[in-house]
Design a protein around this ligand. Structure first.
Ligand SMILES: Cc1ncc(COP(=O)(O)O)c(C=O)c1O
Length: 301
């Protein structure tokens, strides 16, 4: 497959600090399966097909990019999709844009309590799901498993060996794990956490191979899907300066963090950074509905 395009960013802070920043536009890989979702689903869908299964069951929150992409894949490739969605209170309420798209693509949505959702990894709960939905391929939350990591390792190609830093956003850590697996000698991979979880770095150690990576936890803006006016302004300004849209949950926070750290001299002079645009732009519509309710400025894309 052709690699996704890469765009060099030119901003005064980068030239002042003599740091190069390039963005790999994985968000442009596929219209419905944007960014890391294409990578994560690729080998999983091959496994599902090899096992002769025609139903995929997966898990996510109401704004999940993974739910959105899995539903789109089901529609495009002709398999049944079932989404186990966190929050039984959402049942019967008008769907947000993410879930409305998923249902329009044919996904069956099942809303479960937070307690039931917390059991999503339990073998017992998984057996119950398989009893209910028939023979099915079970894909974990965020699509992160061994096949996903194998797919994310392919984000990097031989043309990337000359970057000494590769940066990505982190939720479940599957993308980070894949990048570390696909990294070149001398490269460091830096993840930017979208979650407020003090022990995330420790728990990632079980998933992420090697030791040429670290996790930055300073730019989660209060936690998952939390956002404030300064982040909205940053995303809008970055789009105006570069033409690159960022999502508010993952890539916006990562780029805010990278440029803040460049300004502080965290990356040594002469660094060449490759930041991975992991997609997630579908979430902007739902975020703007929330921003409007809170009287905050909107994302202008
Ligand atoms: C757009 C986007 N970027 C980054 C991530 C984080 O990826 P991971 O869960 O593999 O850490 C996600 C979540 O899966 C996502 O939807």
């Amino acid at each position: 497959m052709e690699p996704a395009p890469t765009q060099e960013i030119r901003l005064p802070v980068l030239s002042r600090r003599r740091v190069e920043l390039h963005i790999r536009r994985e968000d442009l890989l596929h219209p419905g399966l944007s960014g890391n979702k294409f990578r994560k689903l690729n080998y999983n869908l091959q496994q599902m097909q090899a096992a002769g299964l025609k139903t995929l069951v997966t898990f996510g929150g109401a704004y999940s990019n993974h739910i959105h992409a899995t539903a789109a894949a089901g529609k495009e490739f002709g398999f049944r999709t079932i989404g186990i969605i966190r929050g039984e209170e959402l049942d019967g309420r008008p769907l947000n844009p993410t879930l409305a798209d998923a249902r329009a693509a044919g996904m069956e949505l099942h809303f479960v309590s937070r307690e039931a959702y917390a059991r999503r990894g339990d073998p017992g709960f998984q057996v119950e799901l398989l009893d209910r939905y028939g023979p099915a391929y079970l894909l974990p939350e965020g699509g992160t498993n061994r096949e996903a990591i194998r797919g994310c390792a392919e984000i990097l190609g031989p043309e990337d060996a000359a970057f000494n830093w590769v940066c990505c956003p982190v939720g479940t850590g599957g993308t980070l794990a894949g990048l570390v697996a696909g990294s070149f000698p001398g490269q460091r991979i830096r993840g930017y956490s979208a979650l407020k979880a003090d022990d995330l770095s420790e728990s990632l150690k079980a998933l992420v191979p090697g030791d040429n990576w670290d996790l930055c936890t300073a730019f989660h803006f209060g936690g998952y899907a939390r956002i404030d006016a300064s982040l909205v302004r940053f995303i809008n300004q970055f789009f105006a300066d570069t033409g690159i849209p960022l999502d508010p949950v993952y890539t916006g926070k990562m780029l805010y963090g990278i440029l803040d750290e460049v300004g502080r001299g965290t990356f040594e002079k002469g660094s060449r950074i490759l930041a991975i645009h992991t997609g997630g732009l579908q979430g902007i519509r739902g975020m703007n509905l929330n921003l409007r309710k809170k009287n905050l400025p909107l994302l202008q894309l």
